[in-house]
Design a protein around this ligand. Structure first.
Ligand code: LMR
Length: 394
């Protein structure tokens, strides 16, 4: 049986993590996988997480199973985090999931069960695993125009034009905020226009929400997709707590689904529970319990929001410092987009040869399409990195 296997293509983001680890240079720069690093180059356990985790361990009396759908407090807290009270509670349902990828996968499964012929759309470009999972499931996605590499902004007219082809059989994946890999985001008005298109053409939005709070703030980052949520009959959200709670390896994620009616939401909930059972039975409880405790305990929530704010300010500060170092190096404003983009990522605009040259000559690790994780930079590395970019001819 296994003799029939052939080597699978390596995931380019995960492969980069290993390559970086193995590089012996001490001045190497890690701009690969989307992981936040603090001033000392460490990916911290957040303060509120540490406290909530200690309290949980002390109070825990059992590790017996929870529910297939997941921990009720966590699910309610994640729905509130995503949507506030903007959508009637009885139209909103969802499940716990192992990380954001697990949430996406379960939502793809939900769609496949509901409509085996459904088509998926992703932005051009998008997080590579969107296409990876969908191809693996036998439903390669179509892509809609998104990023203009010249203006470094969203090609909204072209996006809307492409989505004219989407109808009731289509699911359109949108990045809730902090677009991965471009850092170029939709305005609230553009989300509203997309909502109109979803309503008039009947397509179903699936919002990938992996970076909430890391752009401009929790409320600010939510404003766009929330404007859509109050306008459309149905919507799906895949949430991740990897970055904004720093729970990467623990795997806390959630699906949030808005149904047209309470009965539809209830049908979705039962289906998600069944799909969980068929896939992994129960999602990891420990990280979800940490998040639920933080979100439902005012002091912990305030501490979490404060630290998230510190992380966001650091990333936005790094964006400004890099843009200004490149302004000095080039005597031009051609890298000012770095200060305007939001979230962990921006596309530098380098060719794959230039990316390769920066890795070989300067120990700079970024994804081959020149996606940089700005959150991986240390301020001391910025002048040298700016010189490396120019030396590579970017
Ligand atoms: C990334 O895009 O680097 C992160 O979302 C990590 C991952 O799983 O790819």
């Amino acid at each position: 049986m296994f003799a029939d296997l052939s080597p699978q293509p390596a995931d380019k983001i995960i492969a980069l993590m290993a390559a970086y680890r193995e590089d012996p240079r001490t001045d190497k720069i890690d701009l690969g996988v989307g992981v936040y690093k603090d001033e000392s180059g460490n990916t911290p356990v957040m303060r509120a997480v540490r406290t909530a985790e200690a309290e949980l361990v002390a109070a825990q009396t059992t590790k017996t199973y929870t529910r297939l759908i997941g921990d009720a407090d966590y699910i309610a807290a994640m729905q509130e985090l995503a949507l506030g009270d903007l959508v009637a509670r009885d139209r909103v349902t969802g499940s716990q999931a192992p990380g954001g990828t697990g949430a996406l996968r379960m939502l793809f499964e939900l769609v496949r069960l509901a409509r085996p012929t459904a088509r998926f759309w992703i932005s051009d470009p998008s997080w590579p695993n969107h296409a990876g999972i969908l191809k693996h499931m036998g439903t390669p996605p179509r892509s809609y125009s998104y990023f203009d590499p010249v203006s470094r902004s969203v090609r909204f007219d072209a996006m809307m034009e492409d989505l004219k082809e989407a109808g009731p059989n289509d699911v359109v994946i949108l990045h809730g905020c902090c677009h991965n890999p471009t850092g170029a985001n939709l305005t609230v008005a553009q989300w509203e226009a997309l909502a109109e298109s979803a309503v008039s053409q009947g397509w179903l939005p699936l919002v990938d929400l992996a970076y909430l709070g890391l752009g401009d703030g929790l409320a600010e980052d939510a404003a766009g997709y929330r404007a859509m949520a109050v306008r459309v009959p149905r919507m799906m959200i895949a949430m991740s707590c990897s970055k904004n709670f720093g729970l990467y390896r623990d795997r806390a994620g959630a699906t949030v689904v808005i149904g047209e009616t309470p009965a539809e939401a209830s049908m979705v909930e039962g289906t998600l529970a069944s799909l969980n059972r068929l896939t992994y039975s129960f999602a990891p409880h420990h990280p979800a319990a940490i998040v639920a405790r933080i979100l439902s305990t005012p002091a912990l929530r305030a501490e979490w929001e404060e630290e998230l704010g510190e992380m966001r300010d650091r990333v936005n500060g790094l964006r400004h410092s890099l843009a200004s170092a490149l302004r000095q190096e080039t005597n031009s404003d051609r890298f000012d987009f770095l200060a305007e983009h939001r979230g962990m990522f921006s596309l530098l605009g380098a060719s794959s040869d230039q990316v390769e040259a920066m890795r070989a000559d300067n120990g700079v690790y970024m994804v081959g399409d020149s996606r940089m994780n700005i959150a991986g930079l240390h301020p001391d590395q910025i002048p040298g990195f700016a010189r490396a970019i120019i030396a590579a001819g970017v």
